[in-house]
Design a protein. Structure first.
Ligand SMILES: *[C@@H]1O[C@H](CO)[C@@H](O)[C@H](O)[C@H]1NC(C)=O
Ligand SMILES: *[C@@H]1O[C@H](CO)[C@@H](O)[C@H](O)[C@H]1NC(C)=O
Ligand SMILES: *[C@@H]1O[C@H](CO)[C@@H](O)[C@H](O)[C@H]1NC(C)=O
Ligand SMILES: *[C@@H]1O[C@H](CO)[C@@H](O)[C@H](O)[C@H]1NC(C)=O
Ligand SMILES: *[C@@H]1O[C@H](CO)[C@@H](O)[C@H](O)[C@H]1NC(C)=O
Ligand SMILES: *[C@@H]1O[C@H](CO)[C@@H](O)[C@H](O)[C@H]1NC(C)=O
Ligand SMILES: CC(=O)N[C@H]1CO[C@H](CO)[C@@H](O)[C@@H]1O
Length: 824
């Protein structure tokens, strides 16, 4: 059966191919992906289209191409495309077809990871929450309801791609597609049904007949012809499960994401380049950066406790600027790897092990040879003798010798400038020093605090079930009648609530009682507070607020959310503790907030006029604020500084900037930037910074959200805060530092602005790091004035690093370098 099915598909793809004049034939052998019969070494980078705006796409893709990428990889985000079952949205930054056409227009290939489970620190892993509420549905396993929905959406996407001729087999950019995602990591949780589901995914994908190879990442048992691929910080030891599958790395984590309360990640350019070079040293031929541009979690797209910024310390920063030196150091690596494409995809591979984690790998064809010298020793530089010559390989680095004689690149020797960004005001003319604010209370007093909702049930319900993720907010409301004879009565009682996942605000009889919340990866918590109740009726109103749903792990889809309970009153009767369980009381539910339903954030809200400038409140919970502003001058990216606010949501001209939470400080300890050593294995706790500061203070306002003249910023402040310090800033390059070794070229650029001065320049063995450079024991005399003459007043300059240009440094035989710090 299976054989005849494959034969059938094969005929169809040939038929399909012949229909398209520009069709590209994509296939593979055990060595590499082949394009029109030619083995290719492919460098790819992830850019998720909903994490930027369509206006940013051409620039992001151009910078990716300039950085040496061949392909852009993206997931497809089901929950934003089908927010309500069978109601679709492919507009604005959800216009997948336009994104892929932009990739094609820039001359790059695309890798489409349809999933449609995508993980990605994306709300609910990209699955629509309504799936959870379909009767009989079990997610990501052999379940007919789920498989039918997954099939429906995946088919829709594939048909859309085919209609627009976007597969390479039709002349389009898509060379590879992915079904499911990292399922191998959780398959055992689903038992035999997991295995059956995985096989079903494979057969289903094949049946879609797209004419390009399918991959399954982190799926060591992927059946042929699916190619199993690797995700991780390092993939040098990965082996595909079939001799006919090339060694492919679908996610090389360029940095890490950030959670509320978490610190800022830094993965050094040296270590990232090392991991890439190791992968190609050990036979890899396809490599994808996760992320190449991370971007922003606009709206409510972030997964549980993930920040609104998704910068990821990627080669392009959140706003689309070059993250230097990472971008440039990788660009140079890509150029040298590309120059070796033929030998790396055809040559015989010979590896010599020198011990102490040092090895040399030669790729040899009949008429050329290329070499990698790898030193995976995290502490010691090593010198090897290879074909009669001596080579020193710094610890935790790879040297690349395209001709096996001359070092063309070493991953630890960064010859690219480091840029430090600064934030500037750039206020438009007549913009006042500080913004003027209007406000409105969120309307809860005569409704929610009275316990009035639209749905009732005699139980506590899961937030997914009641709200289906239509809003962050869900009210849980109940009444409790007490008289003074009640055994619990003591005038001193405790309200105790088991809650999970989110934030809980509790009100009793119209009075605010307190709040409590979960933490990233630590979802269960108990709210416990003394409460004074009245004889007679008492109203308890609980507001549960999501900060995104979990996205990862076996069973993430069924994790309880909201207030699963129990909700109890604990009282004292003499010495006896009395517990009154309210969990099975009649609970009344209301999804969302009045201000959200009435779109107070929208410029044409019918409440637009009903704001007040009087008695502007500070530190008041459940408060709406509004102001107008002019966009900062220039074209640099814009951020809004929300310092002083608590937690909530922000909009500019009705466009969501995402959730904000500047009052959530990153943990105090564990920062180690000063001691950051690129050597040794990276993980997300290494080299972190921003300890004790707001997890996220600045929020991206894409230029396309703003217009000339007046713009409106609306904030919904849930916790209470002070908007008086809020202001708009532009992000621009402030300081650049560069280092280049002798025989290289040092390049400095201020991103479109002139270099205003040179703070430091030394040729010899300068010490320290950017911002605190010092001269070493040897140094050429006139370097500062040479660099000043060449660079000041120019947007960029380049200097050949040699004694003939810079003068003798008197360092003897040791390797010399030029270090410069310039102010933009
Ligand atoms: C998806 O399901 C709807 C019915 O809900 C059906 O009309 C449609 O044809 C299905 N789409 C595909 C591609 O199967
Ligand atoms: C690193 O090199 C040192 C010095 O040669 C050696 O003692 C050590 O065992 C090496 N470590 C590894 C992991 O190879
Ligand atoms: C090398 O030469 C041999 C003999 O001429 C030939 O069979 C082989 O295909 C060549 N290999 C490569 C990689 O060019
Ligand atoms: C590659 O290896 C094959 C098989 O070991 C050998 O026959 C061939 O000569 C080698 N070619 C080169 C260029 O080393
Ligand atoms: C109420 O009870 C709690 C603990 O049960 C106790 O700590 C607190 O002091 C009591 N308050 C009053 C006013 O009795
Ligand atoms: C409520 O939370 C407490 C503290 O984590 C825990 O001991 C208790 O078992 C929870 N109750 C239920 C029913 O989950
Ligand atoms: C899929 C995968 O390799 N996941 C790894 C990602 O990195 C974390 C942290 O280093 C590991 O724990 C995971 O196993």
């Amino acid at each position: 059966m299976a054989i005849s099915k494959f034969a059938f598909c094969f005929c169809l793809s040939i038929a399909m191919l012949s229909l398209y004049a520009n069709a590209t034939e994509v296939s593979h052998d055990g060595r590499a992906i082949t394009i029109d019969g030619k083995r290719r070494l492919l460098l790819s980078g992830s850019i998720h289209y909903p994490r930027s705006t369509s206006g940013m796409w051409p620039d992001l893709i151009r910078k990716s191409k300039e950085g040496g990428l061949d392909a852009i990889e993206t997931y497809v985000f089901w929950n934003v495309h089908e927010p309500v079952r069978r109601q679709y949205d492919f507009t604005g930054n959800l216009d997948l077809v336009r994104f892929l056409k932009t990739v094609q227009d820039e001359g790059l290939y695309a890798v489409l990871r349809i999933g449609p489970y995508v993980c990605a620190e994306w709300n609910y892993g990209g699955l629509p929450v309504w799936l959870h509420n379909l009767p009989g549905c079990e997610i990501r396993t052999a379940n007919d309801v789920y498989m039918s929905e997954m099939k429906n959406f995946t088919t829709l996407i594939v048909n859309m791609m085919k209609k627009e001729k976007l597969f390479a087999s039709q002349g389009g950019p898509i060379i590879i597609a992915q079904i499911e995602n990292e399922y191998g990591n959780v398959q055992s949780y689903y038992g035999d049904a997991g295995k059956a589901y995985m096989n079903w995914c494979s057969n289903f994908a094949q049946s879609l007949d797209i004419g390009v190879p399918w991959i399954m990442c982190q799926q060591s048992d992927a059946p042929q012809p699916m190619i199993n691929t690797c995700n991780g910080w390092y993939c040098e030891n990965f082996k595909p499960n079939n001799d006919n599958s090339p060694k492919m790395w679908t996610e090389n984590w360029t940095g890490w994401f950030k959670s509320w309360g978490g610190k800022d990640p830094l993965r050094t350019a040296e270590d990232l380049a090392f991991s890439v070079a190791r992968f190609f040293q050990t036979g890899g031929t396809f490599q994808n950066y996760y992320m190449y541009h991370g971007g922003t979690n606009f709206g409510r797209t972030a997964a549980a406790y993930i920040t609104t910024t998704y910068d990821y310390d990627a080669p392009l920063d959140e706003y689309g600027n070059l993250n230097q030196p990472k971008w440039g150091h990788l660009k140079q690596l890509h150029e040298i790897l590309k120059s070796m494409e033929y030998t790396l995809t055809h040559g015989n591979i010979t590896t010599i092990d020198f011990g102490n984690s040092v090895s040399a790998t030669m790729y040899a064809t009949n008429d050329s040879a290329s070499c990698f010298f790898g030193n995976a020793n995290s502490s010691t530089d090593h010198t090897i003798t290879f074909q009669g010559n001596k080579y020193t390989i710094p610890a935790w680095s790879v040297s690349i010798l395209p001709d096996c004689k001359t070092e063309g690149y070493n991953t630890a020797k960064v010859n690219t400038q480091t840029s430090f960004k600064v934030k500037m005001m750039n206020k438009a003319e007549d913009e006042p020093e500080s913004l003027g604010w209007l406000w409105r209370p969120e309307n809860i007093d005569d409704t929610r605090l009275q316990g009035k909702g639209e749905v009732t049930a005699n139980k506590l319900m899961d937030q997914k079930e009641v709200a289906a993720d239509a809003s962050d907010y869900l009210w849980y409301m109940t009444s409790v009648y007490l008289n003074k004879d009640d055994p619990i009565w003591s005038g001193n009682m405790t309200l105790k609530i088991n809650a999970t996942g989110f934030i809980l605000h509790a009100y009793v009889n119209g009075e605010y009682l307190g709040s409590e919340w979960a933490k990233y990866n630590d979802y269960n918590y108990v709210f416990e507070k003394n409460v004074k109740l009245n004889p007679g009726k008492n109203v308890i109103s609980l507001l549960s607020a999501t900060v995104g749903f979990p996205n990862y792990g076996g069973g993430f889809e069924v994790i309880n959310t909201g207030v699963p309970g129990p909700v109890v009153l604990v009282g004292q009767n003499g010495d006896e503790m009395v517990i009154k369980d309210l969990s099975a009381h009649k609970w009344s539910y209301e999804v969302g907030l009045h201000g959200l339903k009435n779109q107070l954030f929208s410029t044409d809200s019918r409440y637009a006029a009903k704001w007040s400038a009087e008695n502007l409140p500070i530190n008041r919970m459940m408060t709406w604020y509004k102001t107008t502003f002019k966009a900062p001058l220039g074209t640099d990216p814009v951020v809004v500084d929300l310092q002083g606010l608590g937690k909530g949501h922000a909009w500019v001209n009705g466009n969501s900037l995402g959730r904000y939470w500047p009052s959530y400080l990153a943990k105090e300890d564990g920062c180690s930037l000063e001691a950051c050593d690129y050597r040794g294995s990276y993980d997300n706790n290494k080299c972190v910074f921003n300890c004790g500061k707001p997890t996220q203070r600045w929020y991206h306002v894409p230029r396309s959200f703003m217009q000339d003249g007046e713009n409106t910023l609306v904030l919904f402040e849930e916790f209470g805060g002070n908007p008086s310090l809020v202001n708009f800033q532009t992000v621009t390059t402030g300081t650049v530092c560069a280092n280049a070794y002798e025989k290289h070229t040092l390049e400095l650029a201020c991103q479109g602005r002139p270099i205003s001065s040179i703070k430091f320049a030394s040729f010899g063995n300068p010490q320290g790091r950017c911002g605190s450079f010092e001269k070493g024991s040897c140094d050429a005399n006139n370097v500062l004035s040479i660099i000043q003459n060449e660079c000041v007043g120019k947007e960029k300059c380049s200097i050949d690093v040699s004694e003939s240009k810079l003068g003798s440094a008197n360092c003897g035989a040791s390797v010399k370098r030029l270090a410069v710090e310039a102010v933009c």
